[in-house]
Design a protein around this ligand. Structure first.
Ligand SMILES: CC(=O)N[C@H]1[C@@H](OP(=O)(O)OP(=O)(O)OC[C@H]2O[C@@H](n3ccc(=O)[nH]c3=O)[C@H](O)[C@@H]2O)O[C@H](CO)[C@@H](O)[C@@H]1O[C@H](C)C(=O)N[C@@H](C)C(=O)N[C@H](CCC(=O)O)C(=O)O
Ligand SMILES: Nc1ncnc2c1ncn2[C@@H]1O[C@H](COP(=O)(O)OP(=O)(O)OP(=O)(O)O)[C@@H](O)[C@H]1O
Length: 485
């Protein structure tokens, strides 16, 4: 693409723009190929401006950055914000791909993945082509690929959107993604807010700052775009007020008569009665966890606003099988039930455990841990919740995240000391923690393993290379299969 054309949306119109062709855009100097543009980003660990020479040596013919720079041997263009520029440039380079799709962006502390999967399922079962960009996996043109982030970098994202031939795109938008302008250059037709609670306070200054990052998504609506917000959550209520003040169309879901989609009742066998436009109808949700009803309400509101009819939505829920690593139930030959779940926030854990505790059981045994350095302030809250619901706790490690194993173990010991009771056992190796529960649990016990779900360990040196589900499946293989006559 011609450099002049590429720079237009950044309002760089100086007469000094050379008439050159840009082959690609990169923000990692070691990925530069001859003829690429390098966008220098001032990051959290490194300053991309220090890699400009490296990028030029590798073949960059143009550099964009946010600092004043001297002695650069190729044309250099200064911008106000490198990450924002990267998003806009990528969007131009891939020919504004979001405008060829109906874009749905879903944000919130918990439920983004589940809601995205539900909506993707509803759209696909009604023969609407749909791309899904999520924490667990990505699906583009019906092809599954692995996911490296909840919200990929703007460059990867714009490329994915340009490859997608699907009419709809459902994507999760994290607060990190919003803060780091990864969705810059995207216009959303629908933006969804599931909820907000304590999380990521290692990154965001406080909950207000976290909320303000999430709220940025709702500034990215197209002129005809609509927002869909959970009114059961106090932060959702705050957002609804803000959006209405700004004249943004808002559709709400929740338990109030004022909601556009109101939940009227839920029965034990998962039949949920709702009201939409004065009409009452039911849908069956075939997955456990009553909090998933809220996720379903979010997905249904989008589906209805897209123009889908009620019977189609009802029918599609009948075949929804849930999401990998979320409330995954496995029962062994000794009648012990293992549940793997991704709850890793205090609110998520409380909702998950309040759902599990209702299943008849002898003992509830909880295996969970923490990630090195991440949001240390939530650890006590999570232990409080766990000790409230569970009979036994096996504290382990989610991931070291560059923290030395010894430090992580002493952090766990310190936490256990605060909760001076005999309920807590520490087993730092997660596989061993699961094996311990496997050997010691008795018939009718529930063993719940939370925090990692579908994820592999990022630092596996002493830790397992299996996901929690894989460990359970491996243990299942060791069972003696009873001979049935
Ligand atoms: C803390 C954080 O979010 N970091 C993100 C950030 O990286 P950074 O600012 O630390 O990058 P850096 O290492 O300082 O480098 C700065 C610049 O120098 C460049 N550089 C650096 C070295 C070099 O040799 N050459 C070079 O060009 C880098 O390419 C970069 O452009 O910008 C990068 C580019 O977009 C992201 O990949 C990276 O995400 C990291 C990998 C990450 O783990 N992020 C997590 C926290 C995250 O975003 N998670 C959310 C989900 C959260 C949730 O809800 O659970 C997600 O959306 O995935
Ligand atoms: N609506 C909800 N409210 C509270 N907790 C929920 C809700 N939905 C799911 N959870 C809990 O949060 C966990 C993660 O759910 P999900 O993957 O859908 O959320 P997420 O927002 O995508 O999380 P992440 O951003 O970390 O990927 C679930 O395993 C469950 O324990």
């Amino acid at each position: 693409m011609k450099l002049k054309l590429l720079l237009e949306p950044l309002y760089i119109t100086t007469s000094n723009i050379p008439d050159i062709e840009i082959k690609g855009i990169k923000f990692k100097s070691d990925t530069i190929r001859k003829g690429d543009m390098f966008v220098a980003i001032k990051g959290f660990n490194e300053d991309g401006h220090n890699y400009i020479q490296d990028a030029i040596l590798r073949g960059a013919t143009v550099v964009v950055g946010e600092k004043e720079m001297d002695n650069i041997s190729v044309p250099f263009f200064k911008v106000h914000d490198g990450r924002e520029a990267l998003g806009l440039l990528s969007s131009v380079f891939f020919n504004f791909p979001s405008s060829s799709h109906n874009m749905v962006g879903i944000t919130g502390t918990n439920g983004k993945t589940t809601t995205s999967y539900m909506l993707h399922h509803i759209l696909r079962t009604s023969r609407r082509s749909c791309t899904l960009i999520s924490t667990v996996a990505n699906y583009i043109n019906g092809q599954e690929s692995s996911s490296k982030a909840t919200t990929p970098s703007s460059l990867e994202l714009q490329e994915m959107l340009s490859i997608s031939k699907d009419k709809y795109v459902v994507m999760e938008v994290s607060s990190h993604g919003l803060d780091q302008k990864r969705v810059e250059g995207i216009g959303f037709d629908f933006t969804v807010f599931t909820n907000l609670s304590h999380e990521h306070l290692d990154y965001h200054k406080d909950l207000d700052d976290y909320f303000n990052s999430k709220a940025k998504l709702f500034k990215k609506l197209t002129t005809k775009g609509e927002s869909i917000v959970n009114s059961n959550c106090s932060w959702g209520k705050k957002l609804i007020k803000q959006l209405r003040n700004d004249g943004v169309p808002v559709f709400t879901y929740g338990s109030s008569a004022e909601d556009n989609l109101q939940l009227l009742s839920c029965t034990k066998d998962s039949l949920n009665k709702v009201r939409w436009l004065g009409e009452e109808w039911q849908f069956h949700l075939p997955i456990p966890g009553d909090y998933n009803v809220e996720n379903a309400l979010a997905a249904i509101t989008v589906a209805l606003r897209i123009g889908m009819d009620v019977p189609t939505i009802q029918k599609s829920f009948m075949t929804f099988s849930g999401v990998s690593g979320r409330f995954e139930v496995h029962k062994n030959n000794s009648n012990v039930t293992f549940v793997v779940d991704y709850a890793h926030t205090p609110d998520g854990l409380e909702k998950f455990l309040s759902a599990v505790v209702n299943y008849p059981h002898r003992k509830l045994i909880h295996i969970f841990g923490f990630r090195g350095k991440r949001d240390i302030s939530k650890r006590i809250d999570m232990l409080n919740i766990s000790t409230h619901f569970c009979d036994e706790i096996i504290l382990t490690i989610d991931d070291l995240n560059c923290v030395a194993l010894d430090s992580m173990i002493s952090e766990l010991n310190e936490l256990a000391k605060i909760f001076r009771n005999s309920k807590i056992t520490i087993i730092n190796d997660r596989t061993k923690a699961i094996e311990y529960a496997w050997k010691n649990a008795k018939a009718d016990d529930y063993v719940v393993i939370t925090g990692k779900g579908h994820e592999l360990y990022k630092e596996p040196f002493i830790l397992p290379t299996k996901t929690d589900t894989e460990t359970i499946k491996y243990l299942f293989k060791s069972q003696v299969i009873p001979i049935t006559s």
